[in-house]
Write a protein that binds this ligand. Structure first.
Ligand code: FES
Length: 304
């Protein structure tokens, strides 16, 4: 089971070298800087944290304690949307982009700057950055865009070219176009009703786009399972490496409750000659621990 580290005295001051030695995830207090509504039903929260920037990978997530009351009790998981390095001494600013859909997020939408937040971060396994320079395709469906912006930041910093495909039901749900463009990415939008950009589903736009263009070096996708599955098939047909960020209901976020498992392919290795049956079960993996980012070839798409 994973344990977490509490930064000394849970204040904003701590020794960065000590933190690096201990590694995350950290249970810390952060300070809410701003929490504006950025589109109907969507807010973007900026949190100042003592967590070292270098300890956070794009694609990881954090959990925010929503209330001290009995309900909603559990911490809620959110993709780390963007990251700013405050320097070795001061930690990092983390943004989360979230949709207001239930009791917890409705409460969060009322929070104002200055509020102290109880957060657990960074959690899970993030995206692996390509080692060779190339053009990378980032594919985001709906609020999945929240999980790809930090990756785009990191890729651009390393000199990669980014193509960003954003899909949404209507133009009101298209998020972050200007932010991605601000990073120098080429952005393409698909909406189901055709109100903005390509009319139709995002995998169709990606297929159409790549029809007469060279393959990108890799796919990085975040969004609904059907979209991820379709992007995985496009990648496999070319073939291009593809990493997908999966969503799952999460309770603990630390790998302990097994509430977030998905089926993956293959068989687990034998554990011993004496007990050959052990280990040949379906290799379930925890989205919060082994994920949320997986190689698309590893996922049993029929089993999730
Ligand atoms: Fe508990 Fe993943 S949320 S194991």
């Amino acid at each position: 089971m994973t344990s977490y580290k509490t930064i000394k005295d849970r204040s904003m001051s701590f020794s960065p070298s000590e933190a690096r030695e201990r590694g995350g995830p950290y249970l810390v207090y952060g300070t809410l800087l701003e929490n504006p509504q950025v589109a109907p039903s969507y807010h973007k929260m900026r949190i100042r944290t003592p967590i070292p920037y270098g300890d956070i990978e794009p694609g990881q997530f954090l959990m925010v304690r929503v209330s001290e009351e009995p309900f909603p009790l559990l911490r809620r998981p959110f993709s780390i949307h963007s990251l700013s390095d405050l320097g070795a001494k001061d930690g990092s600013d983390i943004e989360i982009l979230y949709k207001v859909v239930g009791k917890g997020t409705n409460l969060m939408a009322t929070w104002k700057g200055g509020k102290r937040l109880d957060i657990l971060a960074p959690l899970g396994k993030g995206f692996s950055l390509p080692t060779e320079m190339g053009t990378q395709s980032l594919v985001a469906g709906g609020i999945g865009v929240a999980g790809l912006f930090a990756l785009s930041q990191r890729m651009r910093a390393h000199g990669h070219t980014c193509l960003v495909f954003i899909g949404a039901k209507t133009k009101e749900h298209v998020l972050c176009v200007d932010e991605f463009k601000g990073l120098g990415a080429d952005v393409y939008v698909a909406t189901e009703d055709g109100g903005m950009g390509f009319r139709g589903m995002i995998p169709d736009m990606v297929t159409s786009f790549l029809h007469d263009r060279p393959n990108p070096s890799g796919f990085f996708a975040c969004g609904p399972v059907d979209m991820l599955k379709a992007v995985a098939e496009i990648a496999k047909s070319r073939p291009i490496p593809c990493q997908v960020s999966l969503e799952s209901r999460m309770a603990c976020g630390l790998g302990a409750c097994l509430g977030c498992v998905i089926k993956t392919k293959g068989k687990l290795p034998l554990r011993s000659k004496e007990a050959p049956h052990q280990g040949w079960d379906v290799p379930y993996k925890r989205v919060c621990k082994e994920g949320p980012v997986f190689d698309s070839e590893e996922v049993d798409w029929g089993g999730i």
